[in-house]
Design a binder for this molecule. Structure first.
Ligand code: GLN
Length: 390
């Protein structure tokens, strides 16, 4: 070994992705005392009923491993909700798996279904995790752009992305970062291609309960012929403002669930037991909570949209989720989106995420920064004050 360079001891699969840009912006926000509208997590309390349920669960000694694929009570609550909202008939014993967040769910889904070299189609702008997930599972990503301002895909472009090498397509609706909610017609176009090319659809529906203007969330699994080829991913983080509890889940037919469960078992054993119990209690009681959640986020969306537009940003109104892709070219800034994000953090005191971090092939992201409005009224008001002084 003496004549060659020393080994780095770093696996090549880590070389194709970098540290999270979203979390980097959070760090910069702290460093410069900027309002953190970069990372999408609530800075306000979780509902009292879910917090109390967690306290009760710990006091009731639910502190050891839950069943690997999720506590029976939580899987039943997920089945009941899926039936009530979407008419899905799921067997909690064979078709529902609880994971450590939707993040683990996506990793398990890919590791369970993708052979190295398989192609996976992703719409861009995309949630940043899909790139490292693909690298770690050996998938080659193929990107299809959702074109601004309305974030629509071109059906011909989508068709050209599919081939005999395609194993799966990832659909994230409501979409982070664009706020797009896929229509039934758009989902049907994706579904038809999945069927024609015999591939899976892996969905990320973590924002399923955060929708605006009467829009409806349509799970891909409810489209004709799609249940058997869809892996549905969601979780509790966004709906119940508990992103740090790490509770996600996977819905899929038994054969697919079985493969996902095997990966999940050896990655993490299971999600935190007392928090699963609390999640079950919360979901059982949540009927009146979902409308409150809509109202809460509707007011926050209005507050940030108004502030951004009054400050000269060009924003498409989000249809779901809690992000705004804001075009900043009208402000006369000459540099790129990363320079603009740094400028906002250091000079204005508001932290966004550079748009290009959500794109790989398209150049459209360079004209945008992403803001989240999953913040308290006070945080949003202070951010608005700072933006207005720009
Ligand atoms: N989903 C959140 C966002 O997009 C948090 C992501 C993260 O922590 N990397 O901002």
């Amino acid at each position: 070994m003496s004549s060659t360079a020393p080994r780095t001891h770093i696996a090549s699969r880590t070389a194709v992705f970098n540290e999270s840009v979203i979390r980097e912006m959070t760090r910069l926000a702290h460093l410069y005392g900027a309002m953190n509208l970069a990372q999408g997590y609530p800075d306000f309390p979780a509902p009292a009923f879910i917090k109390q349920a967690a306290i009760d669960a710990i006091n009731d000694d639910i502190n050891q491993y839950a069943i690997t694929w999720g506590s029976p009570r939580l899987r039943q609550a997920i089945a009941d909700k899926s039936k009530r909202f979407y008419g899905l008939d799921l067997d909690p014993d064979r078709e529902i798996t609880v994971t450590c967040g939707a993040t683990e769910a996506m990793m398990c889904a890919l590791l369970a279904t993708i052979e190295p070299g398989d192609e996976v189609i992703v719409f861009e702008p995309f949630y940043e995790n899909y790139v490292p997930d693909a690298a770690m599972s050996g998938a080659n990503l193929v990107f299809v752009t959702l074109h601004a301002p309305e974030f629509r895909f071109d059906p011909d472009e989508l068709r050209r992305a599919f081939s005999g090498r395609t194993r799966a397509v990832i659909v994230n609706t409501p979409n982070n970062p664009s706020g797009k909610v896929f229509t039934r017609e758009e989902l049907a176009q994706v579904a038809a291609l999945c069927q024609e090319f015999d591939c899976l659809c892996i969905t990320d529906e973590i924002y399923e309960h955060i929708l605006y203007d009467g829009r409806e969330h349509i799970p891909m699994a409810t489209l004709p012929g799609m249940y058997d080829r869809t892996i549905t991913i969601s979780g509790l983080s966004k709906t119940f403002s508990v992103t740090g509890w790490r509770l996600g889940y996977v819905l899929a037919k038994p054969e697919l669930s079985n493969a996902v469960r095997k990966v999940h078992d050896f990655l993490t054993v299971g999600a935190p037991a007392p928090l699963q119990e609390a999640a079950a209690v919360a979901m059982e009681q949540a009927a009146s909570y979902y409308p409150e959640l809509h109202e809460l986020y509707d007011a926050k969306r209005t507050a940030l949209l108004t502030a951004l537009r009054e400050s000269g940003f060009d924003c498409h109104t989000p249809e779901g989720a809690y992000y705004i892709m804001a075009g900043f070219r009208g402000l006369g800034f000459k540099g790129d989106d990363t320079a603009f994000a740094h400028h906002l953090i250091e000079r204005v005191g508001v932290a966004p995420v550079p748009g290009s971090s959500f794109y790989r092939t398209g150049a459209e992201g360079a004209d945008f920064v992403r803001f989240t409005f999953s913040k308290s009224a006070e945080t949003l008001a202070e951010a608005a004050r700072r933006l207005s002084r720009m």
